[in-house]
Design a protein around this ligand. Structure first.
Ligand SMILES: Cc1cc2nc3c(=O)[nH]c(=O)nc-3n(C[C@H](O)[C@H](O)[C@H](O)COP(=O)(O)O)c2cc1C
Length: 197
């Protein structure tokens, strides 16, 4: 596919709709290589990815359930079981983390943006390889116990989980806003009121 058509056709696909097969080693390496093409102020190379597949997904589910139980001991066993099942929905889960350099001259905000840009490249590469994918966060992604279980200790953190698998054949094109609603020619400084409009 032409690269622009590829960018213009990417859409997220719910983890529950992503089936086997998931990407093998070579495709995973290609996706991560694409992530490492993201811009990165200061050459900090903050991207770190934990590749979770096969049986390891069930262990990640246990980590999720334990984290939820610790945050809120009133959760029922049925709700905890739902947490355990989350990573099992897709063949592959990639936990996207960022190695944060605290107090670095490159602001942490920019380090997080670089990590986010890496995750975006991961999504586009998955699409280019014919897989479906979706970037998901939620409370578990922001729980330091979950991050630590995946090898990310503060100030390092997770920016999300990218679920990857084979998409259904009959996926409809996703609606998108028109570009003109999201852009405007800028020529002179705007008043605060006009800028907020
Ligand atoms: C940082 C980030 C976190 C997200 N977390 C979730 C999430 O936890 N649950 C969810 O349903 N969608 C989440 N999304 C949105 C989906 O990844 C996806 O973008 C959305 O379903 C719209 O689909 P689209 O990518 O085709 O526009 C998140 C997106 C981003 C960028």
């Amino acid at each position: 596919m032409n690269p622009l058509d590829l960018l213009l056709s990417r859409r997220s696909i719910s983890p529950a709709a992503l089936g086997e097969p998931g990407p093998g080693d070579a495709d995973i390496e290609t996706m991560v290589a694409a992530a490492l093409r993201a811009p990165d102020h200061g050459g900090l190379r903050p991207w770190r990815f934990a590749i979770i597949r096969g049986e390891a997904r069930a262990r990640l589910g246990d980590v999720f359930a334990e984290a939820v139980r610790t945050r809120d001991p009133t959760w029922t066993e049925a709700l905890l079981e739902r947490e355990r099942g989350r990573p099992l929905r897709s063949p592959l889960v990639i936990a996207c983390g960022v190695r944060v350099r605290a107090e670095h001259k490159i602001p942490e905000f920019e380090q997080l943006l670089a990590a986010g840009a890496g995750a975006m490249n991961l999504l586009n590469a998955a699409h280019a390889l014919g897989y479906g994918a979706m970037w998901v966060t939620g409370p578990n992604a922001y729980d330091p116990a979950v991050a630590a279980a995946l090898g990310f200790h503060a100030p390092d953190r997770l920016v999300g989980f990218v679920y990857v698998g084979t998409p259904p054949e009959d996926m409809a094109a996703a609606e998108r806003p028109v570009p003109s609603a999201h852009m405007a020619e800028w020529t002179v400084p705007l008043s605060a009121a006009a800028a907020a409009a």
